[in-house]
Design a protein around this ligand. Structure first.
Ligand code: BGP
Length: 487
């Protein structure tokens, strides 16, 4: 029947909030029995591309472990959310957050990754965080693995390349699903699962810096396959523990525009786009798409599968699709030397767009395009779980941070998100990235700030760690209060 109706704005229960990751906020890296993680041995870098696997060798890991001046590793210190969580959550509540996306540090629960029993002190910490959120009716949205794993799994097994890590992961998910079954409803398995390919070590925990490019690809796709299987098994496991759980996928999404209307450019952009979407083809539709099977065959990549893997992947499809969105890309058939930087590195500059201080191309309309595309392709609820502006903020003499540029960025993206909702996209929520300043995933800097809340700490860890509301804090409060009407 013809429906003379279209949604006029965000749904009533829309999940407004913010997103962080354990290794970027918590600090307290060796407190209460926690083990070292892969994130805590990655060195500072100038850009995202420097954190790809080639930057992480066995030697650099050894050096990082031996280095006793641990204060040099910002991710080991974070912004000390571990000790400040009450104050930080109170500030989120003051803005009216309905949801807080956070991750559980695997190595707080299983310090080495291989133990048979979990670390009670680690579990107790997240109990306290979830209870604090519940006080304010803030829904936790939990990323199970956000760019880290217990370092021991890298040292002993070379990370996700070893199939037995699936068992280690499922022991971890079994414990947290059971423990928090009445406190957490929304989960996602792997942050930006496509980082397994372009982020190397960060995504897979496997060191392949001494390999050729084709060997690296072989290793990364195999490690990724193990993550697909682990994710699908976790979805099934979680639903058996609590059928009300909503367990999602998480993709770093950036639409790829053709450089010109020449069909060869259009096809080149489509290829890049398919390479980006294939992760959700597996996790949402439940099978490897044929264009990837062709790609594997033509690139001599052989995915080793166990007899049941295809069935497992089919039966463990996700309940919703979440993604990060920061920028879009441009692709042409002929590769240009003029590469853009960003969290998805392939691409060229777009003359119609401005860039952030870190060169990421700002494209709010691309978010509407992305939402429509994902909805058309998958027809499952969507969730924007990261979007934000990394900028150099200045604490003025009046004691404030006047971040009108951040408000402009976020407003433009929320506007386009609203357009997508009016287009009919089923959108569950929006957790912008970094509601409180945190350590950058890409560069380990503190000075790349995303937050509504300023943290007084510099790149070397100096500062009082005092929390200060920026101008954007009041703006977001108004946005949430009006359910996205007052922008
Ligand atoms: C995403 C990651 C986050 C986050 C964000 C911003 O890709 O999931 O962990 O950090 O990007 O990136 P960066 O910190 O490099 O600015």
């Amino acid at each position: 029947m013809y429906k003379k109706y279209f949604p006029k704005g965000f749904s009533k229960g829309f999940l407004w909030g913010g997103a962080t990751a354990a290794n970027q906020v918590e600090g307290a890296w060796d407190v209460d029995g926690k083990g070292l993680t892969t994130a805590e041995v990655v060195e500072k870098a100038k850009s995202r591309t420097d954190i790809t696997l080639s930057a992480v060798s066995k030697d650099s890991i050894e050096k990082a472990i031996e280095d006793k001046t641990t204060e040099n590793y910002p991710k080991r210190r974070g912004v000390d959310f571990y000790h400040n969580y009450k104050e930080d959550i109170a500030l989120f509540a003051e803005m009216g957050f309905k949801a807080y996306r956070m991750s559980i540090a695997w190595s707080r629960i299983f310090p080495e990754g291989t133990e048979s029993e979990p670390n009670e002190a680690g579990l107790a910490f997240y109990d306290k965080v979830f209870d604090e959120l519940a006080k304010y009716d803030i829904e936790p949205v939990v990323t199970i693995s956000h760019y880290e794993m217990p370092l021991n799994l890298t040292l002993k097994k070379n990370g996700w390349i070893d199939r037995s890590v699936i068992d280690d992961f499922l022991r971890f998910t079994d414990v947290i699903f059971k423990r928090y079954q009445n406190k957490v409803k929304y989960w996602m398995t792997f942050n930006e699962i496509n980082a397994a390919i372009w982020g190397g070590f960060v995504g897979t925990g496997s060191v392949d810096s001494d390999m050729s490019e084709s060997e690296q690809l072989q290793l990364r796709y195999q490690a990724l396959h193990h993550q697909f299987v682990a994710s699908a098994m976790a979805v099934k496991q979680g639903h058996a523990i609590n059928p009300d759980f909503k367990i999602g996928s998480m993709l770093a999404r950036g639409v790829s525009y053709p450089k010109t209307s020449n069909p060869v450019d259009v096809r080149a952009a489509q290829f890049v786009d398919q390479q980006n979407l294939f992760f959700d083809d597996v996790q949402v539709r439940g099978e490897y798409p044929d264009f990837m099977n062709r790609y594997f065959a033509e690139n001599n990549i052989v995915i080793k599968m166990e007899p049941d893997d295809e069935k497992i992947i089919k039966e463990g499809t996700v309940d919703y699709l979440s993604f990060s969105y920061y920028m879009s890309n441009v692709t042409g058939a002929v590769k240009s030397d003029n590469e853009t930087v960003g969290n998805i590195t392939e691409g060229e500059p777009n003359p119609y767009l401005e860039t952030s201080d870190w060169g990421w191309q700002i494209d709010p309309i691309g978010l509407r395009i992305t939402l429509n595309e994902l909805w058309d392709r998958y027809q499952v609820p969507l969730f924007v779980v990261e979007n934000g502006l990394g900028a150099v903020d200045k604490l003025e003499e009046d004691g404030h941070v006047h971040d009108s540029y951040r408000i402009d960025y976020l407003r433009a993206h929320v506007e386009q998100m609203k357009e997508a909702v009016k287009d009919g996209v089923d959108l569950m929520g929006y957790t912008m990235w970094g509601p409180i300043d945190l350590i950058s995933a890409g560069t380990s800097e503190m000075s790349k700030r995303y937050g509504f809340i300023y943290v007084d700490q510099d790149d070397d860890g100096n500062g009082s760690k005092k929390r200060i509301r920026k101008d954007s804090f009041e703006w977001y409060k108004k946005v949430i209060h009006s359910n996205g009407e007052d922008l």
